[in-house]
Design a protein around this ligand. Sequence first.
Ligand code: BG6
Length: 483
Amino acid sequence: KKQNLTTIIVFGASGDLAKRKTFPALYELFTKKLLPKHTRIIGYARSPLNREDFLKRIKQYIKSPGDDIAAFEELCEYRSGEYGKPDDFQQMHARVRELEGEMDTASGGKNCGVMRIYYLALPPTTFVEVAGNIKENLYSNDVTNHLVIEKPFGSDRDSSKVLGGQISKYFREEEIFRTDHYLGKDMVKNLMALRFANTFYDAVWNKEYISNVQITFKEKIGTQGRGGYFDEFGIIRDVIQNHLMQVLSIIAMETPKSLDAEDIRDCKAAVLKCIPPATLDETLLGQYTASEDGSEPGYLDDETVRKGSNTPTFAMTTLHIDNDRWRGVPFVVKAGKALEDARVSVRIQFKDMKYPLFPNMARNELVIRISPAEAIYMKTVVKEPGLTNNLALSELDLTYQDRYTHIPIPDAYASLILDVLGTDHSNFVRADELDESWRIFTPLLHQIDNENITPLPYRFGSRGPEGESNFLEVFGGYVKPVL
Ligand code: BG6
């Protein structure tokens, strides 16, 4: 089978993202024989590392390096240099050409093209400079060029547009892969199959049957040394505007014309267009304080956080989708750090039966657990087994670790890099989706910043601020099951 000659250049190779995610994902693909046969990987960063130190660093987060780790190392090399220096990039270009020549010889000239992947594991403040330097000194019209970048893409609608405009001077939209790692998670990738490959879900997926939808992200950890970054952004920009909105758009979109990436992204952008901006009236904001026993520090105790900061570490807000499918169905998105549990899930509550035969029915709920322990379960009313006619709320339960015991769930980044190698944009964020998502949150974010809205305190390890427990009922139309 003919394959591309592929060079993957990881910028920021000595940094956190690269060592925690990019290199372990590349190794996972290598182990599963999913990297193209002719692949070379160049790590690039400012730190002057020797080969040994570099390899040590990238192996730090590879959980169980197998016998093939030495062969993987063979593919990798390290170069140090500046991000803005044309010279450094020109020299790297010479090396890339050399590697492409070697791969061409090894393939006996039997290849179907050359691909260069520029993977920016860098802070967004460097994106424009690096993208420009790549375009002028590393890019070639004779090869396929893919630029991979990861959020944050700006901090509001305008700044995101400015950043997008600057990058688009150098790279065309079809060359850009905007990563949202939630789109690489197996259960998120499963949402399309669940919705569009099952008659019975497809049939009830609308306002006639669905009462409300909750998309929840809970983390037990606080800022953990990332206070400086986090304090500039807050939980809405960090998690809700991107990860949760991506999940929401797949849950709520219309049926795409085909499985083509552009048809899918057209539908995702279209449903976001139907969502009016989030409002403060339907939002609850919180910030965590030290745990009850004092063992866990509060957000403001983090020395990298601004004194007296009002940045929310918890937010829940109700969104409305003004289209025929969803009019009147509240979508509650909720995210928080330092909570009592770590879990990301979608909960879809169905309406009461119109003409119930049984009294006191509980509502059906479809729960899709994205992490940890992927699962889909449907809360279903049954007759309690035994010599009784009592009803009980039980579950039709598809817990992956019970059903798919021998299939390990791949890392999100491995799945996404595989898509970049295959030039598949389905699981990457298109510019218009990004813009729509910022449109929804920018007025609320500006109001929070300009009016310095004080978030409600909640204890580290609790469920969130006061008001959290009845928010769903008051603003989300949720009815607690009582059976
Ligand atoms: C990142 C956020 O994008 O996603 C972090 O910046 C958050 O604050 C992380 O912890 C969550 O990702 P995951 O894959 O652990 O759910």
